[in-house]
Design a protein around this ligand. Structure first.
Ligand code: DI6
Ligand code: FE
Length: 401
């Protein structure tokens, strides 16, 4: 006997990154894992005899639970005022150089009590969960000192117990240069590699290490040092690469066998080829592209030609992508980047799971995978990307519950 089973559903299994649909399908779970996926006609016995609970999906589409593989959703303060400044003519880089931007969120995050960080992040995470997100990655990067980076990671981990979402944590201490190290970036990088990474690894608080490789942040050489320290502590790496300019970030990430290279607006064809060879996932962030009114599109055609898996994520953060809607990102991936709705859904399921090193565990509807899935009141899975601003979620199952 299985624990539970869903009938009267259409299944978008997302095997091989395609819908791989099953009409009139059955999905069964046992011990928190998917125990059966297939057409009802192939079920050898009556549903009531196969499982303790039989749920009628009433014609809903079932997809894998959505995976938001790139967020910065634990932070203090708000940057609504900077949005206004940008509309009065200042650029994102101008604001960053004048001590606003990431550094204004750093100050608010350093000052914030743990309980307040938890409460504000919980609201954002609940909004993602309300759109079918069952796994969410959360980065630090607004502490920029050891105590506050670890505080952010602890808050991120604590969210898993309170919200119905699985959390992966990423240490992003190399996000910006904190003011106390002004003019001494290499000394800050040494703090990251010699103190912060070892402390996060010792405390078991980080699943991966990320860095921001950009003119307004860290050079490729400094990024490489961060990656070497991460590897020395047994941690995976990811990179904010080629978002505002081409510093060869994608190739650098590939060279270090990063799980993912993220943003990629300015990535060259050579960078794309390097990602393909390394098996690194390209994570595209249409919310940041939209909110910063970027003009340079990521190299979609080259990514397709080189068969680089493409993930889509919210980049939920206070400065460049203050969104908590993964469904809006599906739409924007299609309207702004010209992905197909099928590619966009693959980008928030199978490929997003891979970007977190969870490819074997979740992101598709297949026997043995974690029983994370969402039921949607849609007539076809393409509607998830199509109906901008709608939320057709009916219910969500995480770990079989
Ligand atoms: N790139 C981004 O888009 C975010 N971080 C990064 O490295 C922006 C973070 C912020 O502005 O607070
Ligand atoms: Fe980001």
């Amino acid at each position: 006997m299985w624990d539970a089973l869903w009938i009267n559903a259409s299944l978008a299994t997302m095997r091989d990154g395609r819908y791989s649909s099953i009409e009139d399908g059955v999905l069964a779970v046992a011990n928190g894992r998917i125990a059966y996926v297939g057409p009802r006609a192939d079920l050898p016995i009556a549903p009531e005899r196969a499982a303790s609970f039989v749920h009628d999906a009433r014609g809903a589409w079932i997809t894998p639970g959505l995976v938001d593989c790139h967020t910065h959703l634990v932070y203090g303060g708000s940057r609504a005022r900077e949005f206004e400044m940008r509309l009065e003519g200042a650029s994102y880089e101008d604001i960053a150089r004048s001590g606003g931007g990431i550094l204004s969120t750093m100050r608010a995050t350093r000052d914030a009590a743990v309980a307040d960080l938890l409460a504000s992040a919980r609201i954002r995470l609940d909004r993602l969960a309300a759109e079918g997100v069952t796994t969410c990655e959360i980065k630090s990067g607004y502490g920029l000192n050891c105590d506050t980076e670890l505080k952010q990671l602890r808050v991120a981990r604590a969210l898993e117990a309170s919200a119905n979402v699985a959390i992966r944590t990423t240490l992003l201490a190399a996000h910006a240069l904190p003011p106390e190290f002004s003019g001494r970036p290499d000394e800050y990088v040494a703090l990251v590699t010699e103190e912060i990474i070892p402390a996060a690894a010792r405390a078991g608080l980080a699943d991966a290490v990320d860095a921001f490789c950009e003119h307004i942040a860290f050079t490729p050489e400094q990024t490489a040092r961060v990656f070497e320290a991460a590897r020395a502590h047994g941690l995976n790496v990811k990179l904010h690469a080629d978002q505002l300019s081409d510093l060869g970030g994608a190739a650098l990430a590939a060279h270090h066998h990063a799980l993912s290279a993220d943003h990629l607006e300015y990535t060259s064809e050579a960078g794309v080829a390097a990602l393909a060879r390394a098996g690194t996932v390209a994570v595209l962030l249409p919310g940041a592209f939209y909110f910063l009114r970027e003009k340079q599109l990521p190299p979609i055609e080259a990514l397709r030609r080189h068969h680089v898996p493409i993930a889509i994520s919210t980049d939920c953060n206070p400065g460049s992508s203050p969104t908590t809607s993964i469904l809006l990102m599906l739409n924007m991936a299609c309207t702004l980047f010209r992905l197909t709705p099928e590619e966009a859904l693959a980008g928030t399921t199978i490929h997003a799971a891979r970007a977190l090193g969870l490819a074997e565990d979740r992101g598709v509807l297949a026997v043995g995978r974690r029983a994370d899935f969402a039921l949607w009141a849609v007539a076809s899975p393409g509607e998830l990307a199509y109906a901008m601003g709608a939320n057709p979620l009916v219910s969500v199952v995480r770990g079989g519950r």
